[in-house]
Write a protein that binds this ligand. Structure first.
Ligand SMILES: [Zn+2]
Length: 178
């Protein structure tokens, strides 16, 4: 199973980080519907079967969120806005009232991949219109995205363990020589 990272700080950014090594040759970790099923379960968003259309939708949403949160120079956001809104429309609704044996019951919406992606899309809307500081890991071979919530707002690394320590060591050796 793929080693996914959960350092993004928000589900929408964790989805972006299913493309790894963006700073080098971007590496896809959601290669099959089963990969997406495992990721959604690990993210506690959905536990069930996933098909090829779901995978296509998840990747399209991921591309759109990345284009909005980390826009390239000169990119046009209109198409990405549309993708996020289409996904957000499938977000889980509020419970509905039902009568069961004469008693009133609140019935939660049926879980689905579309609803899970809808929740991610809602998170993305909050992300790109909010005040979160969006960053990219400072390691030159990483590219993991995250929200900087450090008290001094100076978080550099996706994680100290993954990138911080080894980059600091490398910089130290570069300065002092072998
Ligand atoms: Zn990193």
């Amino acid at each position: 199973m793929e080693e996914w990272v959960w350092d993004g700080g928000r589900p929408s950014i964790d989805l972006l980080n299913t493309v790894r090594d963006r700073a080098l040759d971007a590496r896809e970790t959601l290669r099959t519907p089963d990969d997406l099923a495992l990721w959604l379960r690990a993210a506690r968003l959905f536990d069930g079967d996933v098909d090829g259309d779901d995978l296509t939708a998840a990747r399209a949403l991921r591309t759109a969120i990345d284009a909005l949160a980390y826009p390239a120079d000169g990119s046009s956001p209109a198409a990405s806005v549309e993708v996020v809104n289409t996904a957000a429309a499938e977000a889980p609704s509020d419970p509905r009232l039902a009568l069961t044996d004469g008693r009133l019951v609140a019935v939660p919406p049926e879980p689905s991949v579309a609803a899970a992606l809808g929740r991610i899309a809602l998170d993305a809307i909050d992300l790109v219109t909010g005040k979160d500081l969006l960053r990219v890991c400072a390691a030159d071979d990483c590219g993991i995205r995250f929200v900087d919530r450090s008290p001094a707002r100076n978080r550099q690394w996706c994680s100290m363990r993954r990138c911080g320590n080894r980059t600091k060591a490398r910089r130290h050796y570069a300065r002092t020589g072998p």
